[in-house]
Design a protein around this ligand. Structure first.
Ligand code: NAP
Ligand code: MG
Length: 495
């Protein structure tokens, strides 16, 4: 296998145990402990990372509160300039950052580069917002016009705890940090224990861009040691979380300590729907990409595919070819389109679902096992099941791996009911050339994002979040500015 050579600067970065970033200083954890970080393609330990706990969270929260006193009043154009500078640095270091992402998470370099490009784009988008956080002016309704000046201000919510998962280790940080910084909040970032490295490198870039000390802080460590005290902390004003619904529920409870603001981006089991008139030359690769992208470790993954019975055979045939055509390889191989799953735990979890699907009577059409020729790494073949009765547990539960469940349908009303029959409501896809039908179905689906003749088109202009147990609130777009600000009404008697 012709693997890309890892850059000397990446070797150098990995060679020393990383530290926490608190109040503009690089420091060891108070406990002096570290934990190991593994490359899921080789199962080798590639780095040691500071293992923070509640004592470090306290220090970081103090630093963020201190910095908030001045950062909240920083000239908006200055905050914008710093974010633009950070975007330039992310872009400049793309190849290096992409290697770190691939080594830590396993995803193909191609997609690691996309993640860096998306990070720079999102930073610039929210840099623009720094100078456009507006209130509104409304006349008092019970008084003559002109008697009062009545207006709203949007204040930064304060110190934010940002807890992110391992599937998009860079963009998940940026989705939260960019709007928080733009509006004048300060932050403590807690990356996932499986993929902390890019967050460490990102803090170095924040420092290089010139953000003041304490505005952004990093505490690496375990969810229970760092995420839990952060979301329960009395001096944190908001927590923004992406991850599992189970942890999301725990965070919502922990946050009631001081009634901090909470936004949650949680799991999904998203329906992707193929109508009989769909252009299958687009729908088939689109449906394959919707589930197999990022090894299926995507909260919006189109994991329930509903295919109209008239085109079922053709779609199944095409999907199996797509799955078998994927190039499974170490992400450092330029040809790779599918790397390993992120961890042994995730690999075991997905394999348990495959076993359960077989026990439940689902028909395995392709995949379902470790690809040949791999004796190390958490590799799994792209897997497709047909579940005629829609009874298997894989048709209901989030797997978070490269496992697609296909079901057929014939009646549109019944289809919508089945698509909505989920505890989740994050996303949905519709493939058809009948746009009236597409809009009618889109209007009835219980999902935060609906894609028609495309999938996973995630853009900073579009609000992103879920119905039902897929979360609370929205990220991206204008909506996220509200999530990082408080509204204040000021009413002035002019007479
Ligand atoms: P997870 O436990 O929800 O982890 C997400 C983040 O929350 C991590 O930083 C984690 O820390 C932290 N955390 C864990 N317990 C916490 C607590 N009590 N309080 C505060 N923070 C806490 O996700 P996972 O265990 O890695 O994955 C399990 C399943 O979650 C996956 O199989 C998938 O179904 C789902 N998931 C969803 C998304 C998504 O984008 N919606 C992303 C990842 C996973 P650690 O460093 O200890 O993990
Ligand atoms: Mg976890």
């Amino acid at each position: 296998m012709a693997l890309n050579t890892v850059f000397p600067e990446v070797h150098n970065f990995l060679s020393k145990p990383t530290q926490l970033f608190i109040g503009g200083q690089w420091v060891d954890a108070v406990s002096k402990q570290t934990f190991e970080v593994e490359n899921p393609a080789t199962q080798q330990v590639i780095a040691h990372v500071a293992k923070g706990d509640a004592a470090d969270v306290d220090l970081a929260v103090d630093a963020a509160n201190k910095a908030f006193k001045t950062w909240r009043y920083e000239i908006p154009a200055t905050r914008a300039r710093l974010l633009f500078k950070l975007a330039d640095l992310v872009e400049k270091h793309t190849e290096e950052l992409a290697q770190i992402l691939t080594l830590d998470n396993g995803k193909p370099l191609l997609y690691s580069r996309h993640e860096c490009g998306a990070a720079a784009h999102i930073l610039r988008h929210f840099a623009g917002f720094a100078t456009k956080v507006e209130g509104r002016q409304v006349p008092v309704s019970g008084a003559p016009n002109g008697a009062f000046l009545n207006y709203t201000l949007r204040d930064p919510v304060g110190v934010c705890g940002l807890i992110v998962p391992w599937n998009f280790p860079l963009t998940m940080c940026i989705w939260k940090l960019a709007p928080a910084m733009a509006v004048g909040c300060t932050a403590i970032l807690k990356p996932a224990e499986q993929t902390p490295l890019i967050a460490v490198r990102l803090m170095q870039l924040f420092e290089e861009a010139g953000f003041p000390a304490g505005v952004v802080n990093l505490v690496t460590g375990m969810g229970i040691d760092v995420g839990q005290p952060l979301s329960a902390h009395m001096n944190v004003n908001k927590v923004a979380f992406t991850g599992s619904t189970m942890v999301g529920k725990a965070i919502a409870q922990q946050a009631t300590s001081n009634m901090k603001r909470v936004t949650l981006e949680l799991g999904g089991k998203s329906p992707n729907i193929i109508l009989p008139d769909a252009d299958l030359s687009k729908a088939i690769p689109g449906a394959a990409q919707a589930i197999f992208y990022n090894q299926g470790q995507v909260c919006t993954a189109g994991s329930r595919l509903y295919v109209h019975e008239k085109v079922l055979d053709e779609v199944l045939d095409g999907l199996c070819k797509q799955a078998q055509g994927m190039k499974i390889a170490n992400g450092l191989d330029e040809a790779s389109t599918m790397g390993p799953l992120v961890s042994e735990r995730q690999y075991d979890r997905v394999n348990r679902y495959i076993e359960q699907a077989l026990a439940d009577g689902a028909e395995l059409l392709t995949g379902g096992k470790r690809p040949e020729g791999f004796d190390k790494g958490y590799y799994l073949e792209p897997t497709i099941f047909l579940d005629r009765e829609e009874k298997a547990c894989i048709s209901k539960e989030e797997i978070f791996g490269p496992v697609l469940t296909v079901m057929s349908w014939s009646d549109t009303d019944e289809l919508v009911e089945r698509a909505n029959n989920s505890i989740y409501g994050l996303a949905a896809g519709i493939w058809t050339q009948d746009l009236s039908q597409a809009h009618r179905i889109a209007a009835q689906l219980e999902a935060g994002s609906v894609w028609v003749n495309c999938y996973n088109v995630v853009d900073p202009v579009s609000p992103f979040g879920g119905y039902k147990q897929s979360g609370w609130g929205r990220e991206m777009s204008h909506d996220v500015i509200e999530a990082y600000t408080e509204t204040k009404n000021v009413c002035v008697n002019l007479y």
